[in-house]
Write a protein that binds this ligand. Structure first.
Ligand code: FAD
Ligand code: AMP
Length: 476
């Protein structure tokens, strides 16, 4: 007879593994099935995020940042380096791998400690809440049944026509995290979050990086002022970002990648040593649903869910990248916790209107809530405040004076509607803005709260003061 669980989770990324742990904490008999296999051929829990996404990209961003600062910025602190700094790419990659192994091994350990049955295999939802599992290493399939199934199968990189991945010259994010020596030239298709982050890594290590972005607007999802400020900094760094550049074709000839792209009515050719395709991700539903299981998809191929992550079949849920909403690890994790608690009879809530976004470039970019453009489009009457990093003592002390905080608040009620930051540690600074928004706070709340001196958080404080035209350290 098939094993029976209270909860079977398909996918052990940040949505799935978190859901599984929370379900087990609540006393539910839980299994979590995952089919990820790394480039080393090894099975590993943690999904895209831990294996080939958030964590390894941040490891390389930090290594490459140290390298760039050593070569370009340390001299101004009076720190001298004999000769030219060298980067040992294999050591950097090995360090990244070590971090990934530590964290993915940690998930295995957490599964064990919480009593989650972790299974390396491919899960397929059959009718009547049966899940068929095909072992990753091959062999006989097995069936398990569950009162609840949580689908957390995540997302995979999008491919574009006439640009075929070969995992050597034309690569996706996993490939770009594993290049073993700095290419002289790197082309990146897509100047979105992933393209900018991974493009920055290899530029800092010495590659000449060109980003080809189809849209005319840079970082269209961000507030325009912030995107403009970031673009200015990237230009200074010689990250070559070509906007309105639609890639039509790429082919590998004699160990180089020839790319054809259209810009306006002109067609251009460019040649790179490697080409990273970072044009976005799509929901992963490959061989996931039997035709009679009843789970419906949206027009965009996502698992169709309601506000509480219920699919079209009672007892089957969808969370993370495979459903609507931003494709961000923390969004999926919160959905995972909420669904587990809902299954256990709780009434949790996830507010998708207050999800922070972060781009880990230098300067970092982070935001939460509405952009100024969205408020205009929605006809909302708002007040705006801003404060430059350059007027913040700590930013100057750190040598990180590029950047600004921009704050948007309702003109009548002063309720905080959006905060947008470009600058050092924006990823951390955004947290207090998220909390304020989640508590329905006002810009006045942030303006009245004591912020430690000297810290970058004073720029948030001053931006809040500036909403009311009473910033102290700049002329209002
Ligand atoms: P995933 O992490 O994709 O996990 C899904 C898992 O399910 C995978 O292991 C997959 O193999 C498995 N699976 C799929 N189908 C099946 C099946 N049928 N049976 C069994 N297993 C299956 N987000 C952030 O918030 N911050 C960042 O800094 C960030 N950086 C990123 C950098 C890069 C380079 C990339 C590519 C992504 C980044 N993201 C970041 C996005 C983040 O990785 C995703 O939003 C997140 O991983 C989604 O979590 P998930 O659990 O929904 O899916
Ligand atoms: P993101 O969604 O943040 O991962 O960003 C992906 C980016 O790739 C978006 O800004 C898209 O506009 C861009 N993009 C998609 N297709 C193409 C293409 N064929 N050529 C250039 N850029 C593209």
């Amino acid at each position: 007879m098939a094993d029976k669980f209270d909860v079977v989770v398909i996918g052990a990324g940040p949505a799935g593994y978190v859901a599984a742990i929370r379900a087990a904490q609540l006393g539910l008999k839980t299994a979590c099935i995952d089919d990820f296999v790394g480039r080393d051929g090894k099975e590993s829990f943690g999904g895209t995020c831990l294996n080939v996404g958030c964590i390894p990209s941040k490891a390389l961003l930090d290594s490459s940042k140290h390298f760039e600062h050593l070569g370009k910025h340390y001299a101004s602190h009076g720190i001298k380096v004999e000769g030219t700094p060298q980067i040992d790419v294999p050591t950097m990659i090995a360090r990244k791998e070590g971090i990934v192994k530590k964290l993915t091994g940690g998930i295995k350990m957490l599964f064990k400690a919480n009593g989650v049955t972790g299974i390396h295999g491919h899960g397929k939802v059959l009718a009547n809440k049966v899940v068929e599992i095909t072992p990753v290493a091959g062999g006989d399939t097995q069936e398990v049944t569950a009162d609840h199934i949580i689908i957390a199968s995540g997302s995979v990189p999008i491919a574009i026509p006439n640009v075929e991945y070969d995992d050597e010259y034309i690569i996706d994010n996993a490939g770009a995290l594993d290049i073993n020596s700095t290419p002289e030239t790197l082309g990146v298709i897509g100047a979105g979050v992933i393209g900018l982050e991974l493009g920055s890594v290899w530029r800092r290590l010495g590659a000449k990086v060109t980003l080809l972005e189809a849209m005319d607007d840079f970082l269209a999802a961000a507030d325009k002022d912030i995107a403009k400020a970031a673009q200015r900094e990237f230009k200074k760094q010689k990250l070559d970002i070509k906007l309105g550049a639609m890639v039509k074709k790429a082919e590998v000839v004699d160990g180089k990648v020839n790319v054809t792209y259209a810009q306006g009515d002109k067609t251009h050719e460019a040649t790179f040593d490697r080409l990273l395709v970072a044009v976005g991700r799509k929901p992963c539903t490959t061989n996931l649903l039997s035709s009679d299981c009843g789970v419906e998809l949206t027009e965009r191929g996502q698992i169709k869910v309601d506000d509480e992550c219920r699919t079209s079949v009672e007892g089957i849920w969808g969370i993370g990248d495979v459903v609507r909403g931003p494709m961000l690890a923390h969004k999926g994790s919160e959905e995972g916790i909420a669904v587990a608690e809902r299954i256990a009879g709780g009434k949790p809530h996830v507010n998708l209107d207050v999800v922070p976004w972060v781009v880990y470039t230098e300067p970092e970019i982070a935001w939460v809530g509405k952009t100024e453009q969205q408020l205009k489009d929605d006809g909302v009457d708002y007040r705006v405040g801003s404060f430059p990093y350059a007027a913040t003592g700590r930013a100057l002390a750190m040598g990180e004076s590029a950047g600004m905080v921009k704050m948007l608040a309702d003109a009548e009620t002063d309720r905080l509607l959006g905060v947008h930051i470009v600058g050092a540690n924006a990823s951390e600074l955004i947290a207090e803005c998220v909390v304020t928004m989640e508590f329905h706070g006002a810009s006045e709340d942030l303006a009245r709260i004591v912020h430690a001196h000297p810290t970058l958080s004073e720029a948030v404080h001053e931006a809040a003061l500036s909403v009311d035209g009473r910033s102290i350290h700049k002329v209002n």
